[in-house]
Design a protein. Structure first.
Length: 288
């Protein structure tokens, strides 16, 4: 596992190389998402630590997501947080508002500019992973948009490789389509993100995604676990029931709990507890 997933302060990951997943040793690291807690980054860090999280994933900001990290003072304040909680991942959710690609098969220059600024901030934070989502305006729903997404990711991967970072891409695509997109990018620092809620919303099986993408050596060894939004009010433990199998297929010991904690802050501690219990079940099976 890279330093991006272990979250060692002040370090960043080496670019990933494509290898099949292997069972990881040691306790599962649990991270909390700042963007699902609030736009005030220091307050989100305090809430994450109080709930028992080991790591904090930060959002670059922008639009209704809080001030961008590139604004004066914001990056300095964010870097200060890393003295108290490791920040292994910087997410750029604002790219969903811009659109990563154009329909005629090329990258959106505005999105590439945003991602370049975010990459510089990730380096300053000591983060090893730049998380690039592909939803809403960035969803690769047509052949042209998939080609443009590959074009954008290829350009970003070149910059990330020079900086020693991994690019983590997430979309509603299933495992076969996700692998086809990743192979069209054809860059060793690119990894695909498994998010239980987004896959279930898209009608995909997260365990199948873990098996196929993990088997291809292209799965980011840090899982995202949250409820689907289209299902009828699943019980809090539902998505955690499959976590032991996901951890085994992914070879991961690092999980981001990603339900919405803005209106239900007490659930963050509940999700972290459920995550640790499920991970403990996975460890017990591994040791048999």
């Amino acid at each position: 596992m890279t330093t991006a997933e272990t979250g060692a302060p002040g370090t960043r990951a080496e670019p990933c190389t494509a290898t099949a997943p292997a069972a990881a040793a040691g306790p599962t690291v649990v991270a909390a998402p700042q963007w699902r807690i609030g736009t005030d980054r220091p307050a989100a860090a305090r809430a994450a630590l109080a709930a028992g999280a080991d790591r904090l994933h930060l959002d670059f900001g922008g639009a209704h997501r809080g001030p961008p990290l590139s604004e004066p003072g914001e990056l300095r304040r964010a870097v200060a947080l890393t003295r108290d909680v490791p920040v292994p991942v910087l997410a750029v959710n604002h790219v969903n508002d811009l659109g990563l690609a154009h329909e005629h098969g090329v990258a959106n220059p505005a999105a590439l500019d945003l991602l370049a600024r975010a990459l510089d901030c990730a380096r300053s934070l000591g983060a090893g992973v730049l998380h690039v989502p592909g939803f809403r305006r960035s969803a690769p729903v047509t052949e042209g948009l998939r080609a443009g997404t590959a074009d954008a990711l290829r350009a970003l991967c070149e910059r990330a490789a020079a900086a020693g970072l991994t690019v983590a891409y997430e979309s509603p695509l299933g495992p076969v389509e996700s692998l086809a997109l990743a192979r069209s990018v054809d860059h060793p620092v690119l990894r695909l993100v498994l998010d239980t809620g987004n896959l279930l919303d898209a009608g995909e099986d997260p365990v199948r995604f873990a098996r196929l993408v993990g088997g291809a050596g292209l799965l980011l060894p840090h899982l995202h676990v949250k409820d689907p939004t289209t299902a009828a009010s699943p019980a809090p433990a539902t998505v955690f029931d499959t976590l032991p199998a996901l951890l085994r297929h992914a070879g991961a010991r690092s999980v981001l709990v990603e339900n919405d904690y803005r209106t239900s802050p007490t659930r963050l501690r509940t999700d972290i507890t459920l995550c640790r219990a499920a991970a403990g079940s996975s460890h017990a099976k591994d040791e048999r």
